[in-house]
Write a protein that binds this ligand. Sequence first.
Ligand SMILES: [Zn+2]
Length: 272
Amino acid sequence: MIIDFHTHAFVDALAEQAIKKLSAVSGFHAYGNGTHAALSQHMEENGIDLAVVLNIAVKPHQAVRVNTAAMEQDGQITNNPAYRKFIQFGSLHPLTPNLEEEAKRIKAAGMKGVKIHPDYQGYYLNDPIWYPIFELCAALDLPVITHAGFDPISPDVIHATPAHTGHVLKNFPHLTFIVAHMGGIGCFDETAETLGGRYENLYFDTAFIRGNASQDQLLNLIRRHGSDRIVFGSDYPWDGCGNEVKLIQALPLPEEEKEKILGGNAKRLLNL
Ligand SMILES: [Zn+2]
């Protein structure tokens, strides 16, 4: 079973505009038109069984709308077999009005986690402004996944560094924390050095590492942190899922470790 822990899809009405805008900022080519239908078809073509869809509330007041839209996508599960493949994550902005209520609403809707994005949301990851989110999510047993490292939206500033990640884990030891892009594009060696194997509740996803991390960097981090706490991700539509799967399959690791990375660990994290 292959679970892609890091994908993006938009509601139909916003997909075209979102892809256009994000492509323009990043210069990246998008695979497909950004809709759930396109993701579903792409998963079929690339042997992906299940995808975590990460949503982001860029502005404080957007959280309720973004989460409601994601919950409605989940509601499609009953009507449309294609939707059984998606697990929507909610999003919280540090300044979300009624933050506690919204976190509880995410939990009550059966969502499996919360995405934050220090670059798009505009705060360094070690800023205490995030603390209420970390506290609430730890108490509600909601894993938090964060973007980390380079992001084209703010190319000169790294809003989430390995040191920041360490700061979060030290202050919130009960939080299940997933750091995308193997600790951050451009931060692989520092991540392995300073975070590898240090924190029980820390996971890394492998999203968008193709062309960014060398095989040696990838292996070094997996060995240091342990293959039990690495989850496969693609960052679709910014790379094809199959391209990123091939990178994992090509690693000189025992088959059972690759299986854990490609799906087993995600299954455990998502309580499936
Ligand atoms: Zn992403």
